[in-house]
Design a protein around this ligand. Structure first.
Ligand code: ADP
Ligand code: MG
Length: 365
């Protein structure tokens, strides 16, 4: 299976209503679903470029519609042991954080709180349906990559070491060494942890951004299902990437330029990885940035959905075009859909005489 790549065009905000709209969604044929993004050529206004995606969501798409179409279908797979990765890519101001985190009002909630809500609902159902034989535990890790350094967002900023946390490969996966994990009982619990962690996030304002758009924020939801001595673990990762804009256009101060260089680099490497994979290269330059090591696009098992966020205004023209170019290539990335293996706890010392085979059936919700 390939990486699923979808585009979401945000509406104009109230203060933008007089702006020139140049990005539009289209379908391949009259009456067919939206799969094409059209944008004029910057050199010749009469010429139009088309980019095809697995799906395109226009300005009328609600948070609920996006979740139902792009995330909910993978939740069953998550509980069957597949890892699910969702990431938002795009220029600052295009709706990445709105898509992933969203607003506080119920209807405005983004992918992340909806995902957690879905996980807790499934967990409850599994426990009920199995008469309590299967228990489900949910644990959260939340961190950011800033200047190619990894910082735990569950810890207060004063506990950070300047060099950040190291990465290590384990069983073919990249793990962050020393990252804290918080167990999470319900949606209330999640919201408390999530708000607290977001407050810990570095906020440095530049000309283009008001939020922490210069770091990648990665939320990892670990789901552990235990039945007897059988443990199945899978993770859902939701990633709000740094803005993909060309930072040379923002006339920043010196410090900001160092930052931009590192952030540009990881997104540049991401683009190179996508390019290399889509060309079928043997060598993929994953290891050249921490973000791409963690993302391991095309190397990880499971399901990956890339959401390209777009703002429709002319003022974003060149950056929009470059993000369309990067993400339309990502469709060709293959992801192996392999379930995580079930692991067994140490057999209990008092042997009950129950045949192991009777217990060791694969977990199916
Ligand atoms: P990014 O994280 O990519 O920098 P934001 O998510 O902060 O962008 O979005 C920029 C602004 O646009 C915010 O005010 C956000 O509330 C608004 N916005 C983004 N997407 C939508 C949408 N689909 N519907 C309504 N408002 C949106
Ligand atoms: Mg943002």
């Amino acid at each position: 299976m390939s990486v699923r790549v979808v585009a979401r065009i945000r509406p104009l905000l109230e203060k933008e209503l007089d702006k020139d709209v140049i990005v539009r969604a289209d379908s391949a044929e009259e009456g067919k679903p939206l799969t094409i993004v059209k944008i004029p050529s910057p050199k010749n206004e009469a010429e139009e470029f088309s980019f095809t995606f697995n799906s395109v969501y226009d300005q009328s798409t609600t948070q609920e519609e996006l979740f139902t179409a792009e995330v909910a279908p993978h939740m069953k797979a998550l509980f069957q042991g597949l890892d699910v990765t969702l990431f938002a890519y795009g220029v600052t101001g295009t709706g990445k954080t709105h898509t992933m985190r969203g607003g506080l009002k119920l209807a405005e909630r983004g992918v992340i709180p909806r995902l957690l809500s879905n996980v807790f609902r499934r967990a409850k159902k599994i426990t009920k349906d199995t008469g309590g034989d299967t228990t489900v535990k949910v644990a959260l890790a939340y961190y950011e990559i800033y200047n190619d350094k990894v910082f735990d967002l569950m810890e207060p900023p004063e506990k950070r070491t300047p060099s950040g946390l190291p990465l290590r490969e384990k069983d073919g996966k990249t793990i962050v060494v020393g990252l804290s994990e918080r167990s999470c009982e319900d949606l209330k619990d999640f919201e408390r942890l999530y708000i607290e962690a977001n407050n810990n996030r570095v906020t440095a304002s530049t000309k283009l951004n008001a939020h922490s758009s210069r770091s990648h924020a990665i939320l990892r939801v670990k789901v552990t299902q235990t039945t007897g001595d059988m443990i199945r673990e899978s993770t859902a990762s939701a990633i709000d990437l740094a803005g993909s804009e060309d930072n040379r256009r923002t006339d920043n101060g010196k410090e900001r330029l160092v930052e931009s260089a590192a952030i540009n680099k990881s997104l540049f490497v991401l683009g190179q990885c996508i390019e290399a994979i889509s060309r079928g290269d043997r060598r993929i330059p994953y290891r050249e940035s921490k973000m791409t090591r963690i993302l391991s696009l095309g190397q990880n098992n499971g399901i990956t959905v890339m959401i390209l966020n777009l703002a429709p205004m002319r003022s974003y023209h060149l950056d929009t075009l470059s993000s369309l170019n990067v993400s339309s290539r990502a469709k060709r990335i293959e992801v192996r859909e392999i379930e995580n293996e079930v692991v067994y706890k140490q057999a209990p010392r008092t042997n009950s005489g129950l045949g192991a085979a009777a217990i060791r059936q694969p977990l199916r919700p």
